[in-house]
Every structure is written in C-alpha cells, then in structure tokens.
Design a protein around this ligand. Sequence first.
Ligand SMILES: Nc1ncnc2c1ncn2[C@@H]1O[C@H](COP(=O)(O)OP(=O)(O)OP(=O)(O)O)[C@@H](O)[C@H]1O
Length: 880
Amino acid sequence: MEQKLFDQCQAAHISKELKISRNQLTRILNELFDEKKLIKVKTNPITYLDREALERKYKKKLTTDEYKSIDALENELTNQEQLMNFEKLIGHNESMYQIVEKIKATVSYPPIGLPMLFYGPTGTGKSFMAKLTYEYCVDTNLIESDKSFVQVNCSEYANNPELLTANLFGYKKGAFTGADNDNMGLLHYADGGVLFLDEVHCLSAECQEKLFLYMDQGIYHLVGDNSKWCKSRCRIIFATTELPEKALLKTFLRRIPVILTVPSLAQRGQNEKLQLMYSLLKKEEKRIGKKILISSNVYELLLNHTFVGNIGELTNAIQASCVSALYNSNSDTLEIHAYDLPQAIKNNFDLSNIVMKKHKLVSLDKLLPVSEQGIILEFYKELVSLDRNQKFALRAQSTIEDYFEKLIFNNHKVDNLAYIINYLEKIINNMTEHYGFKMSHNELIAIAKYISEFSKNTYITNNWINENYDEVNNFKKYLSSDFHHEFEIGQEIYQHLKNNMNQDIDDFVGFIICICLIKYFAHSGDEMTVAMIIAHGYSTASSIAEAANRMLDTYIFDAIDMPLDVDVKTITRKINDYLAHVGNISNLYLLVDMGSLEEIYQGLDINNVNIALINNVNTKCALEIGQGIKLKKPVKEVINSVLRENLYRTHVQLKKKKEKVILCSCASGLGTATKIKDILLQSLPENVKLKIITYDYPDLVKKDVYNQLANEYEIVCCIGTLDPNIESMKYIGIQDLIINEGQNAVEVYFGKCMSKEQIALFEKNILHNFTLSNVMNNITILNPDKLLEHVARALDQLQSNLHKRFKNRTSFGLYVHVCCLVERLVTRQAITNFTDEHFKEKHQDFIDQVLISMQEVQRFYNVEIPEEEIEYIYNYIISD
Ligand SMILES: Nc1ncnc2c1ncn2[C@@H]1O[C@H](COP(=O)(O)OP(=O)(O)OP(=O)(O)O)[C@@H](O)[C@H]1O
C-alpha cells in the first residue's frame, strides 16, 4: 500500500477536494464510521478507509473498526502475523533473549521500573530496543497508551549543554537569551511514559547532577524558577557507546541499577545476520513495491562482511544497494548485483573473482531462514500423516532421508554445525555403550544439520505443533507404543540436547531420532516383550537396567525407581501408567526388589498378556532373564532357567554403588542454590565424575531428609550460604570460597574423588569463579555493584547499631545472603516460616535494629523485610 494514497484519505485532503468545511466533514466521517462503512486507522492525522472496497480488494472480512497503524491493517489483510513489541527484535529468542528478559523485569519493577542503561557499539539496536520497551510497557498496561515515548539525543547538544538542560527540565520565559516563552520541558512530556536519553555520555556533569534528584524523587525546578517544584514520573532509559564507568559520573552511574551490554552484530552469529538481511530486504521490497531478486554473490558478500557499524550499517548497505539497483531497473523486479553494493563492502573483496564466479539470482523467499520454514512444516506434516501400518517405519525413514538430503545439499553455512556434531557424537556414543547400537556418521551429520537448521525455525514449528496438538500427540503416542525402546532413547537424547545446547528445539527432534533408530532394533511383529525393573531407591532400578542392557548389548529393560516408603498400590499404578503408554504387548516381565507379588499382579490393568513376576531382582537375575528375552525363548522357559540357576545360589546380594555428589543448599532459596550449582559446574575439571544436586535449606535441616539422601548418595560435602549444621555432613560456606578460606576444606573433602592435578585446577577455577562480583553477577538480576553498595552501607550501620564488628567471613556471607534476600523480596519469594516460633518475642530489639539499618535498602528497592527473614540474618550473626 502506498503512503501517498493514505494521505488522500485524511480529513484535510478530503475537505479540500469536496470543498466542505472540516467540521462538517468530521461529522459525516463519524456518521459513516458509526454505520460501519468506514474504518479508522489511528495515524496522525487519522486515516479513513472504505471498508467494503478494502474487503472486496483483499477478499477478506475485516475483524475490527479501528487499527493502530497502517502496518497493523496491512498485516491483517495479507494474513501476516502481527508481531508484538519485542517479537520485532530479531534475536529476541536467541542472542537477545537474556537482555529482553532483564528489560521486562526492570520496567515491571514497582512502582515505575528502574532506570536502565544500554551499553553497546553504534548501530546495535539500542534506540530500537528503547522504543520496543515503550511498546512493551503499553501492551502490558504498565503505562497508559496516551503516555509518550520521549527521545533525546544528547550528542546533538554537545556544544550547548545549557540548552539540553533547559529543554530537558523546561524553562521560564526570560530565563536566558532566546527564552521567549515558558517551556514545560521534556520531563513534563514524558510524565507517565518513557524518557530515552541516547548518547548519554554527552550529558554534562551539571546536567547529570540535576537528574539525580529527579531520578531519586521525581521532582525538579524549571530553569529560571527555583521557587517551585515540578513533578513528573517516567521510566528512564539511557544509552551509550562509551564505557559507562569512564563516561559517566560515578554518582550518576550508581543511580542506574541495571546496565545491559548489547552485543555487536558479529557476536550474534550467522543465523541472526541472515534473519536481519532477510527482514531488511523484505522491508525494501514492500517499500519499493517490486519483487527483489538477489544475486548469490551479494548474499555471500553481505554474509561475510564485518559491519563495524553493526545493524545500522547493514541497513544502510541494503538500502544503498536497493537504490543503486532501482536506478538500473526497468521491470517489475529489482535485481541486486554485486556491483550495487556500497564501495566499502566491494573494497574488501576481490570483485573480479566474484564476477567470474557463476551466480544465480534468487528471490527473497529462497533465502534462509524463512524459506526453510515451509520445507520443515511440510516435512512434519508428512511424517504425522503417514499410515500407521507395518510399512510405517520404512516410509517414515524415507521421508526423513528425503528431508535430510535436501539439507545436505543446501550449502548455506551453519556456524554451530561442528559444535552440534561434536556434541551429538558424544551423546550418541554414550547411548551406543548403554543400548548397543551403532549409528552411521552420515546419519549423525544429517541429524546435526537438521538440529542446527531447525533452531532458526523454532518459532514457526512450535506454533504449528501447538495448533496441531492432538495430531502431534497421537503421533507421539503411536511412536511410544509401537517403537517404545527407540522412543525412550530418542527422548533421552532429546532431553540431553534440550538441556545442554544453547538453542531451542522441539519435540520432533526426539521423534526423528526415534525413527532413525528403528532400524537398529529388532521388531518381531506383534510379539512385543516388555521387561521392567522396579526397585526402591533413587537409582537402584535404573542402575540394574543400565548394567544389564549394557552387558546384553541391546535395550531390554526399562526401569522404575521408587521412593523408599512407597506402597504396593502406588507401584501398581505406576506400572499401569507405563503400560498404558507402551501399548500392545505380548509378554511382560516384571522384576521387583520386594513387596507382595500377588498384590501387584492383581492390580495390573492388562489382558491377554503373558506375565512373569520375579521378586528380589538383582543384576545377575536380570541378565539371565534378559538373555532369554534376547533369544526369544518362551516366558515359562525363561523363568524356569532363573529358578534353576537360583537353586545353586545361597546368597545373592546386590552391591549398591553410591554416586558421589556435592549438595548445594542456600538459605536464600532453591533458585540461588541452582545458580551456585552453575558456578560450581563451571569450576569442576572436565573429567571429574561428581554430580551436583540442589536442596531446599529448610528441607535439608530435617534429619530424615538428610539421612535419606545420605543413604542414596555419597555426599562429598555441602556448599551453601548457611550451614545446615548436620553433624555428619561436611560443609563449605560460599563466603569461604569467596574470601579464599575454603581452599583447605576443598583439598581435604575432595581429595578422595579428584587427582592432585584436578584439585589444583578446581581450586584455580574456584579462585577465578567465586569472586564476590562474579557470584553476585550470577545470582541477581539487579545491578550487583549497586546492590552490594546498598547492602554494605546497611550492614555497616547494623554493626554500629549492634556495637559489634562481624568477622570478615560473616560479612561476606551476609553480603551474599542479604543481596539474595533483596532479590527474593523484589521477586516476591520471601521466606515465610520461622524456625523458632518464639523468635519475635525473644529478639524484638534485634528485629528493630535490622529494620533501622535496612531502611535505605527497603526504600530504594520498595520492599519490606519480613521478620521471618530477619531470623535468618540473626542465625548468621550468632554463628559469627
Ligand atoms: N535486533 C534487531 N532486529 C531488527 N532490526 C534491528 C535490530 N537491531 C537494530 N535494528 C535496526 O537497526 C538500525 C540501527 O539500530 P539503532 O539505531 O537502534 O542502533 P543504536 O545502537 O541506537 O545506534 P547508535 O548508537 O548509532 O544510535 C535501526 O534501523 C533498527 O531498527
């Protein structure tokens, strides 16, 4: 749609054309609108369009009478999905994901968000993100839709800082030469909305100081009138290309709790660059109104050029190329050739080489990544609609092969392919060992390629999966019942990938791996045998199943691990759930560790199945049964052989190997414990087989819970922010790691499970990773420097109120604890139980002193510290 046409549909133009007054025209337009003959587009001024003409032209019924913008209307007419606020930011679900999450948290901070600063090189999208932040606030009702987004580029005032101050705060008539009228200033206009100060490093020190008061209290004076306070409250966003610590006053920077570093274009990876190229070219196509064809050489040159000016420069390069191509174009299409590119890009390449190279012209739809979406959806549709009969496996495999072939022949560079192959290879090799199958290297590469291509399309495929939920779910049920071993392995690989690869993948990854595996497993028609090991304990059943499967060199046993105190009914229910999910079976072997066999048998929800129940399972017995199943012996024969074998045994004892674990537990909540776990994981040397598990502090202090854990695992030590004081448990406080006092404990506790070299490396990593600022950076979304500063002041005051000096280690522990506490309060996750019910009566004076010391923290972060939390602080201090 052309802008010019729209201008003709606005009141000024129509009244001129029809030669009637504006008032009269407005009345007529409103009447036509009320009669639903016209629709309104809320452009400035408003555009009126003929509903029927539009509906006829686009063969589509309009869903509403008013549209926010021409784009919104056009999106509806052309069936395009309308993107909301941050969805417009390319990379919002990839490289920019964390940033977007932090922005959302920061602007939602009550009552009016926190000031934040975007720091990053030129052209990386800082201004764009500021605008999207405003849109997000409007869309989520954080601000009203009639409030403004006010943008100021401070560099424009670099030579006249006084003028910036005057424009920002407003001025009284006569305040300086040229102030001919009163001016309310931009802070006034931004009231209730968003103020965006770009290139804030150009703000004079004086102006920064003036802003302090406004940021703290929302009040300011107009220039030239110090007698009256003006009020305004807005969300403030700053942006700068300069290192904030160098470019801004320290006192100013301290008032900005959230600083977000925006990555350069080069740091975002090829996928996102492609998405940007595609979206920018699409925009030009729409603007020019001609279909764009792009030479493969241009595509390659753009993809390989390093844009120092980032997305801004890429945008300019694409626009300049389109202008140059338009100059040479005399048809309905616009062909962009290498010679249309800006000189700076051409200079970097040997153009003669490129001109000589064979090139083809491709339409934008052939460009990655969007063009892939169609193929991948077709592929998914084909898979789920295959007939589910005996030929299914063959057909599904050939569908997958076809698709893989397309991918292999597609020569687009994929930057993370090597990484994915490497990773996949590791997982698959591991599985091979466990389940006894070998996957060809080619197939592995194809799966890796599929996963890496896939990451560009998750948005579309996930949507499609949601829309076709029932169909996809039926497909999943079918795979899990008819190919349940392959399905389980596929799920295991999928979960590994999902948890460990920094990219979003969907359920089809698991399904496709399952189908690829079908050929590695024998299928004997309808004669399906299921063998399950069911045992009490966290991993008893799975360890026996794993050992037996490995020794038998194939997948025979499934496992159900049961908590120790579970009753027979629950076991039976679990087995029934599992069987319902597996589907048609002929033989069922249940190997259990204890419990009444009859009771389990009677509770089973199956018909016409040979069932064998074997009590007192152990690895040897599982092996014997597995051997029989592998040789397809009849059920009776298998059982007899076990019984026979067992006559010779007088004592069978299962050796249970406990897994070594580090326990992570924080008084400040499970979330913190998980974050500390992450830092620990980064610190552990590669080959150390130590699991890290997190546990809620209040649970852990319960004796039974600890005993149960100790029964299951060999607990090397517990690392946390508050000692649970369990006699037989070794404990290292995180504060000791930070102040480097825990090293001795590391040597003593970890000596048994690490070599000397590994301990040395672990200690080195700890020294590096457990700095106060790294720990804080990892565990809080708030600006850690600012938070620490507030907390340090509060703790100083607390010490002087209590007439006490905390030891260094207590101070550090408290820093971490109180910072976590503030974050928990901000995110509404405060502790709600006292450990000592009488704490309040006994320690009212302490409670008062803490509240007095924390006054500033409470005010600044707008939180209230509950007394239950004060008890935790008390516990810290008494152990000082
Ligand atoms: N992630 C993105 N997705 C889509 N378009 C983007 C993205 N990031 C930036 N852009 C576009 O790139 C151009 C440059 O972005 P913008 O002006 O916001 O960068 P900037 O960091 O503010 O630059 P400067 O520091 O030079 O002011 C804009 O046209 C913007 O719309």
